[in-house]
Design a protein around this ligand. Structure first.
Ligand code: ADP
Length: 247
């Protein structure tokens, strides 16, 4: 089909919970190296959509194709191997381990079922840890316990723990929740940088942060896409104002 040119092509996606359609007949497409923000009121289906892409929630109907491969019946760890990384809101770092050890623990060893990639040379692992630490601006904190990092730095470390697995699509649920103003600005820079070469989906409520990210915004409402476009255009869109921006 024609949708194989997209990195991610979601078509006619529906999921029902006891007859309630949290996602209904949804079509969603993403290109490579795209930074996409998903906004929408509480209960719109944003988290459910990410859960479905990463295989945590199964579709009732429809298709999710990633690089042309169907994900809807793939197991969660296989979807990770395909290159889809998801950061959940609940922290998954080990406070009592160093930043370095947290990153090393996330390095994808034994990715192949047949063990072909099970043992990468240590210097390759080291090189990758330093590369990621640079990207998340924690290169001077590698020996510190993760528990000593600021709230924002812990969020970046978690992003780093996903980056070290080299995902092609990174999905983040409210990455700047609880961050200071300067941490928000730095996170916007980080995500824009990450989206050069990988694609990123961000669920976000903070409209200033959304505007600072730039790029295309998808507005979800009652399990469907209400509008898509840049933030400037959406601010003028009466449907978006009515359901989301107006209150
Ligand atoms: P958002 O992230 O946009 O706030 P959610 O995806 O969390 O919205 O939820 C969308 C709707 O689906 C909500 O009405 C929520 O109550 C419902 N929902 C989500 N997950 C489940 C579930 N596992 N069982 C039943 N209802 C669910």
């Amino acid at each position: 089909s024609s949708n194989t040119n997209f990195l991610l092509a979601i078509e006619n996606l529906t999921v029902s919970f006891d007859g309630f359609k949290a996602i209904e007949d949804l079509n969603f497409y993403m290109d490579e190296s795209e930074l996409r923000v998903i906004i929408g009121p509480n209960g719109a289906g944003k988290t459910t959509l990410l859960d479905m892409i990463c295989g945590k929630t199964r579709a009732s109907e429809g298709s999710i194709k990633f690089r042309g491969k169907e994900l809807t019946r793939m197991r969660e760890h296989r979807i990770v191997w395909e290159g889809v990384g998801r950061k959940f809101q609940t922290p998954s770092i080990y406070d009592e381990l160093s930043v370095f050890d947290n990153l090393e623990a996330s390095y994808p060893r034994g990715r192949s079922v047949f063990g072909a990639l099970a043992f990468k040379r240590d210097d390759e692992v080291l090189r990758r840890i330093h590369e990621v630490a640079n990207e998340i601006q924690l290169q001077t904190r590698l020996d510190d316990l993760a528990g000593l990092l600021s709230h924002g730095q812990k969020q970046w470390l978690e992003i780093g723990m996903l980056l070290i697995q080299e995902p092609e699509l990174l999905m983040l649920d409210e990455p700047v929740a609880g961050m200071s103003v300067s941490e928000r600005e730095e996170t916007a820079q980080l995500l824009r940088k990450i989206a050069k070469g990988r694609s990123v989906i961000v669920i976000e409520h903070d409209m200033e942060f959304v505007a600072s990210l730039g790029g295309k915004v998808t507005v979800l409402h009652q399990g469907k896409i209400l509008a898509e476009g840049d933030m400037q255009a959406l601010k003028q869109d009466q449907r978006v104002i009515d359901v989301y921006l107006g209150h």
